[in-house]
Design a protein around this ligand. Structure first.
Ligand code: ATP
Ligand code: MG
Length: 195
């Protein structure tokens, strides 16, 4: 079984994440995509604004209508800094029959050389990269051993970020059509990102 791992802070999950997962699954022939909210993301300047429970609930709601999408609490249960290498090494041990790919937006692709134990990680998974506005994919700048582990798949540019959604919420602006209706509803009921 081919499994795509969609890691992120998901603070909150938005339509860019969902389309990235859908297009990666289609182009790479993935049977399932597992959305995996990070506990403490390694390369973010601040802690997530919403709680782990809230981020998880939003991911559950956003993915509920897609039979190929699953939610994994693997990183939340482990706690601490969510290094992708630790996650993937654990999943490979736990699911020896699965073939894992790791889905990343263009901002993350160019940052891969800085990831914790990237060589060992790249030996365990292939990366599926998707375009993201504002980030140019210059694969030729990656060293060949890493570059050959990255496949870029087509993705309409979606200028959506969780940062902008949080900022819009704080300013009292609409985020409808940037997130699923189910996530919008959850944010409103729980008054997320209003302050
Ligand atoms: P933040 O602004 O808080 O960093 P984000 O929108 O970048 O949030 P993350 O949870 O950091 O979302 O991203 C998770 C993964 O999804 C990363 O691999 C990121 O590159 C990818 N991603 C996020 N938004 C998009 C988008 N609009 N298009 C393509 N990929 C995206
Ligand atoms: Mg981000």
């Amino acid at each position: 079984m081919k499994v795509g791992l969609m890691g992120g802070t998901f603070d909150p999950v938005h339509l860019g994440h969902l389309l990235a997962a859908e297009r990666a699954a289609e182009a790479a022939g993935l049977d399932e995509v597992w959305f995996m909210p990070a506990s403490v993301p390694p390369h973010k300047p601040h802690a997530p604004r919403a709680s782990a429970h809230e981020r998880l609930e939003m991911v559950r709601r956003a993915t509920a209508d897609n039979p190929n999408f699953r939610v994994s609490e693997y990183e939340l249960e482990r706690g601490g800094t969510s290094y992708t290498y630790d996650t993937v090494a654990g999943l490979v041990r736990e699911f020896p029959e699965a073939e894992f790919s790791y889905i990343v937006g263009a901002d993350m692709v160019m940052y891969l050389p800085k990831w914790y134990r990237i060589r060992e990680l790249a030996a365990l998974v292939r990366f599926v990269g998707v375009a993201r506005p504002g980030f140019i994919l210059r694969l030729e700048e990656l060293e060949p051993s890493l570059r050959e582990r990255v496949t870029i798949v087509p993705m309409p540019l979606m200028e959506i970020s969780s940062t902008e959604i949080r900022e819009r919420r704080r300013a009292g602006l609409s985020v409808r059509y940037l997130v699923s209706a189910s996530v919008l509803d959850y944010m409103e009921v729980n008054r997320l990102y209003e302050t």
